[in-house]
Design a protein around this ligand. Structure first.
Ligand code: T5A
Length: 212
């Protein structure tokens, strides 16, 4: 059995990751690939319960270290129960956010060091990294416009943080991509969904051996 492939989609709020995950899954299925789509935080019942704890706006929230630990716990369950078994069964896993979100939000945005976030990932998830990480980059104005159109005034606990936090997140993602060009593909997400999907498929073909 050939091991499946692991593709993560990353970027800031409103970058279009979920939209592109759906389009990518459909395109791969049309080429005969057995695809599982999932998301973080979440993907398993336990991790979805932790997602509610993390993103709910009730209560006093979490301090940065507790938040980083909760993301790592959710990811550990997700990796153990869903991602690794799917890859072992030859499926391709498309994951909407993964560990680079923890590095960018709890590290770059939230104040933990990158080494600390990666150590939690080593302990919780064996340090598993995607074969390819698609980083969607959009201007802050485009992202804000999309989110306002969709959510109005409602934001989750992390999405609702100040603009300076989201700027640090986006700069952190850029640094990770520059440091690991073999694992990341940077995608301009400012265009229409179809234009962005074409860029995604070019990155997929450049990385994996697939039917055109
Ligand atoms: N987080 C997560 C951490 O802090 N640490 C971690 O380790 C992890 C895993 C997750 C939150 O948790 C944080 C990050 C987040 O704050 P979420 O709800 O999953 O919360 O948040 P997002 O991933 O940011 O989800 P969004 O839905 O806000 O953004 P997407 O998925 O990038 O965007 P998408 O595709 O849903 O599109 C947003 C809107 O824009 C439209 C869509 O129809 C939708 O209405 N749209 C477009 N419009 C015009 N042109 C395009 N090209 C468009 N693409 C999408």
């Amino acid at each position: 059995m050939t091991r499946g492939r692991f593709i993560a989609l990353e970027g800031g709020e409103g970058a279009g990751k979920s939209t592109q995950a759906r389009l990518l899954a459909a395109a791969l299925r049309a080429r005969g690939v057995d695809v599982v789509t999932t998301r973080e935080p979440g993907g398993t019942p336990g991790a979805e319960a932790i997602r509610d704890l993390l993103l709910g706006t009730e209560g006093e929230g979490w301090h940065p270290r507790a938040e980083a630990l909760l993301f790592a716990v959710a990811r550990s369950d997700h990796v153990e129960r869903l991602i690794v078994p799917a890859l072992d069964a030859g499926q391709w896993v498309i994951c909407d956010r993964y560990v680079d979100s923890s590095r960018a939000y709890q590290g770059g945005g939230g104040g933990l060091s990158d080494a600390e976030v990666l150590e939690l990932h080593r302990i919780g998830s064996g340090g598993l990294l995607p074969d390819l990480t698609l980083l969607f980059e959009v201007s802050p104005q485009v992202a804000a416009g999309r989110i306002a159109l969709r959510d109005g005034e409602q934001a989750d606990r992390i999405g609702g943080r100040e603009a300076a936090f989201h700027l640090r997140v986006s700069e952190a993602f850029g640094r990770f991509a520059a440091a690991e060009p073999h694992r990341f593909s940077r995608i301009d997400g400012n265009g229409t969904p179809e234009q962005t999907h074409a860029l995604v498929m070019a990155a997929i073909h450049a990385t994996f051996d697939l039917k055109p």
